[in-house]
Design a protein around this ligand. Structure first.
Ligand code: BGC
Length: 271
């Protein structure tokens, strides 16, 4: 048992995700959500508990092998300080009553071999934290962890050519795939963009709140243009709760994706 095992914070109240119309939550868009329970699991394959750890909310959903949601998608606000211990307590509170075979988690930072290295919008304690192992210990099931944007893309890419995922949430998520293969942990969010700002400084949620939606909208388009010039992708998939706030037509080659993909990609993690 780890040294933190003594302290057991009470598991937070969980609630089905009801998608209120207005809220300052960057992890959800008003669009999307598959919260309806499907009648029966696909009995041919394993059941996955898919978790998405965000800077604003932690989401969990159980899905069958075909990606059909089994039961409601639950969400709790990300605790502050967002230490590993506090977040694991939240996940404990989100564990479903129905049985599951394995756990997939999308994490908002660099993840190498199931170990978290950075978590710019969570807490320093995530440096070298064995998230995969901690989830296995918590659930008694095999677990896999990957960067959140990386997981999201696995749920939507066509696996042809160069594909990018850009997520607009608390932070800026970025994932690169070449012929369907994920190039791990390309942290464009923290790359300089302009005037001493990183990409995330420029279009993260803090920037949006500071400069307002209109200006932020223009900024996002500038970022997209720069990413297109830099990576020459076949397609950029745009996700994250704030993507629903973008107004106007999206540039050619850019497609908005359903936020639930962040969880559905959890199946692809096991391929
Ligand atoms: C992190 C990324 C993450 C993104 C979205 C950034 O601050 O560096 O790893 O994907 O936020 O959560």
């Amino acid at each position: 048992m780890g040294k933190n095992a003594k302290k057991k914070p009470a598991a937070p109240e969980t609630q089905p995700d009801k998608q209120p119309e207005h809220r300052d939550d960057t992890d959800e868009g008003p669009a999307v959500l598959a919260t309806k329970a499907t009648a029966k699991a696909d009995s041919d394959g394993p059941i996955t508990l898919a978790i998405d750890i965000g800077g604003t909310g932690i989401k969990a959903m159980v899905i069958d092998a075909k990606g059909n949601p089994l039961g409601e998608r639950l969400r709790v606000p990300t605790p502050r300080p967002a230490t590993p211990q506090a977040i694991l307590a939240c996940i404990k509170g989100l564990l479903p009553k129905i049985p599951f075979d394995r756990v997939s988690v999308g994490f908002p930072g660099v993840v190498v071999n199931g170990v978290t290295k950075t978590a710019p919008n969570l807490h320093k304690q995530w440096a070298d934290f064995s998230l995969q192992q901690a989830l296995t210990d918590l659930t008694g099931r095999p677990s896999r962890a990957l960067n959140d944007a990386g997981v999201q893309g696995l749920g939507v890419i066509s696996s042809a050519g160069t594909e990018l995922v850009l997520t607009l949430g608390t932070g800026m998520g970025f994932a690169l795939y070449v012929g369907g293969r994920y190039v791990p942990n390309v942290e464009m969010a923290h790359h300089p963009f302009r005037k001493g700002f990183t990409y995330e400084d420029y279009i993260g949620n803090a920037a949006r709140l500071k400069v307002g939606n209109r200006k932020w909208n223009t900024r996002v388009l500038r970022v997209i243009e720069q990413l297109q010039k830099t990576f020459n992708p076949d397609v950029i998939y745009l996700g994250g709760g704030n993507s629903a706030r973008l107004r106007g037509e999206l540039p050619v080659g850019v497609r908005r994706v359903d936020n639930v993909a962040g969880l559905l990609g959890g199946i692809a993690l096991w391929r």
